[in-house]
Design a protein around this ligand. Structure first.
Ligand SMILES: *[C@@H]1O[C@H](CO)[C@@H](O)[C@H](O)[C@H]1NC(C)=O
Length: 428
């Protein structure tokens, strides 16, 4: 009987994967004059295949829970609970049958840098109901780039149950950042929460705050649904990107609130089919595609849709940034139904991006094409509301402004092929 059920589950899994992939094969944009078929953008069913799978699991087999509390984790916020977490993970990951890894509510667990590595037998749920609190000692980071990492686990739900918090206690790292204290050498700081090489991932009802550097980094994942996350850090905390996406395909982020010291969301090389809905961003540096083409690299980003966002008092609104000297493409990008309040650089494409002491003049560039800005309203905090600073050799192609109305600033457009539709103010 158990074998039968296993076979049945396998078939279900395969079916749901096929379904997921079949709707993503084509990135499906009209390439003429920047028009899009928005229907062909990423469509995930509301709670997605993973949850369908979960509910079928429930009816066919029992799930078991492995709690860190049963492995000696104290949760007093002072005792190092790293080893208890590792032992609990080992058990949860190797258990047959649907398994939940539980971090109980109402406790604070102090952790050193930790990797939760798969593949696992049948782990489906990583439940963070309590608080994970980062060690503030540099020597507790065997890996200087990461604090918590989940990697190589498929069909996983990371659920904060609305009480779970990941707290990077980043203050000490910010104070020692060369961006804050120029006398200090520039060293790496850990990303608080890295999701690496996960297929069919759900993240929901989770809070992340005060990361040492990047708050959540989603890398090399496919078929991802992030919903109802709240990310916070002070506006002057350096490099604390809210959600960083790289080498990831088919991802949706919705109903989320991000206020942080760097980009609310940054989308980097190798990302395709990224959909962002109902985002509140601010403070922060806005929604960024890039930086792309650093150190003469090739970068490819396509199929990005931001539909429904409010940005308040951010340093940028919707931004595409590329370094001189890079190559590749950033294309099929749509920003729509966005409200900006007192935003510096509400709409910006910057192909001369440089965050180093000096960047050389170089001819080659990441080609930016088919970018639509539709129904974007609000106020600019600077004199320049729209800035297209594109490459001379590779001008921006197929830029469409459709019903854009941003008060308080003008437009500055260089090497950009721009078409206006409806009411557009300011105009190039
Ligand atoms: C324009 O965007 C706003 C959100 O900023 C939304 O409330 C409004 O319905 C949109 N208008 C149209 C015509 O889609």
């Amino acid at each position: 009987m158990a074998r039968l059920i296993a076979v049945f589950l396998c078939v279900l899994l395969m079916l749901s994967c096929c379904e997921a992939f079949s709707s993503y094969v084509d990135d499906g944009y009209g390439h003429e004059d920047g028009s899009f078929e928005s229907d062909s953008l990423l469509k995930l069913n509301n709670d997605d295949d993973v949850l369908t799978l979960k509910s079928s699991d429930k009816t066919t087999s029992q799930s078991s829970t492995v709690s860190v509390a049963n492995f000696g984790a104290k949760g007093d916020g002072k005792t190092d609970d790293t080893q208890a977490f590792k032992n609990a993970w080992k058990k949860a990951c190797s258990t047959n049958g649907v398994t939940n890894f539980l971090i109980p509510k109402g406790k604070t667990y102090l952790l050193k840098s930790t990797r939760f590595r798969g593949p696992c037998k049948s782990l489906r749920n990583f439940q963070i109901l309590g608080t994970l609190s980062a060690s503030t000692k540099r020597s507790d980071y065997k890996d200087k780039n990461h604090w918590l990492v989940i990697e190589d686990v498929n069909n996983l739900l990371v659920d904060g149950g609305s009480t779970g918090i990941i707290d990077g206690n980043g203050k000490i790292w910010w104070q020692n950042s060369c961006k804050i204290d120029r006398s200090k050498p520039c060293t790496k700081a850990p990303t608080a929460f890295t999701l690496y090489n996960l297929k069919s991932l759900n993240v929901k009802n989770l809070r992340v705050r005060n990361a040492q550097q990047i708050q959540i980094s989603i890398e090399k994942c496919n078929n991802v649904n992030v919903k109802n996350v709240e990310i916070t850090a002070p506006d002057d905390s350096p490099n604390t990107d809210g959600i960083h996406i790289t080498n990831t395909q088919n991802i949706r982020i919705s109903d989320s609130d991000i206020g942080t010291g760097d980009d609310c969301i940054s989308i980097e090389d190798g990302s395709q089919n990224v959909q962002i809905n109902d985002l509140n961003c601010g403070p922060g540096h806005g929604i960024s595609i890039g930086s792309l083409g650093d150190d003469n690299s090739k970068a490819y980003v396509s199929g990005i849709s931001v539909d429904g966002a409010k940005l308040s008092k951010t340093d940028n609104g919707v931004r595409i940034k590329t370094y001189q000297g890079g190559s590749g493409t950033a294309k099929n990008i749509k920003f729509q139904n966005i409200r900006m309040e007192n935003v510096k650089n509400p709409i910006i494409i910057d192909q001369n991006y440089c965050d180093k002491d000096k960047c050389e003049q170089q001819g080659s560039a990441v080609q930016v094409s088919n970018v639509v800005y539709k129904n974007i309203t609000g106020t600019s905090a600077t004199d320049v509301a729209i800035k297209f600073d594109c490459s001379k050799k590779y001008p921006c192609q197929g830029i469409v402004l459709s019903n854009v109305n941003i008060k308080g600033g003008s437009a500055s457009c260089k090497n950009a092929n721009v078409k206006d539709q409806g009411t557009v103010s300011p105009q190039c």
